[in-house]
Write a protein that binds this ligand. Sequence first.
Ligand code: SAM
Length: 274
Amino acid sequence: MPQGRLYIVSTPIGNLEDITLRALDTLKKVDYIACEDTEHSLKLLNHYGIKKPLISYWSQKEKVRAEEIIQKIKSGNNVALITDAGTPGISDPGAVVIKRAIEEDIEVIPIPGPSALTAALSISGLPSDEFTFIGFLPVRQSQRRKKLLELSSERRTLVFYEAPHRIIQSLYDMLEVLGDRYVAVARELTKIYEEVVRGRLKEVLEKLENSKVAGEYVIVLEGASESQTNLDEAVRKVKELIKKGKGRKEAVKVVSELYGISKRELYEKSLKEI
Ligand code: SAM
């Protein structure tokens, strides 16, 4: 018997009607549906009258389940993989079984559809010709700030996923580490309480602090401006000179003249980072 195929099927991020005809057709035709959480996916499958044997495929059990799925496909079954919302593999499980399928020469077929990433980016008002998807920032504040600092020279639009109980703190960290940039915070996209708050970080924070923070969020943040990038580069130069034995004041003087930026601004930024 020829081996089956693995279908990577995107499902709605809230509104159950956001599913493609091809996704429904695929879910109806496959032999098994592997779900991140079977109970969650049953709501969608029942809504469309789809009854199939389900395989529970969640991140802690990803390796074991991946092997079971590969065996099923090798013995001729077609399997669809879905997650709780959106596109599998985008901050969701999926990578392990996809990699294994490719290793086993199994055909992996995408059935594209919604993702919170593209939905939020598309209505953010920020450049989307080039962007950087970060997904979830680290939970620990020190790690989160470190990650943001690493991103401080990134000129492309940045897209983050965030949990509701961390959204305010993460936006504060962005303000402190990256400055008062333009941001679009998209909440509960495609659902009843869909809302997008746009503006500079400070004003968006003010609005959020005065409203109920709940649900699912995507943060779309403006990339670094040319002057910010120059400042970051200048700080790196100052760091190099200090390492070579120059005093901070002297290093800042030389570099600020080289980059044509304010001595005071460079001195203060260098104090924060070095
Ligand atoms: N695979 C999904 C996708 O393609 O978008 C993402 C899964 S990830 C585990 C869940 C995160 O996606 C949430 O914490 C939130 O940041 C974002 N998200 C999912 N659905 C959303 C929605 N309806 N509105 C806003 N953000 C959403």
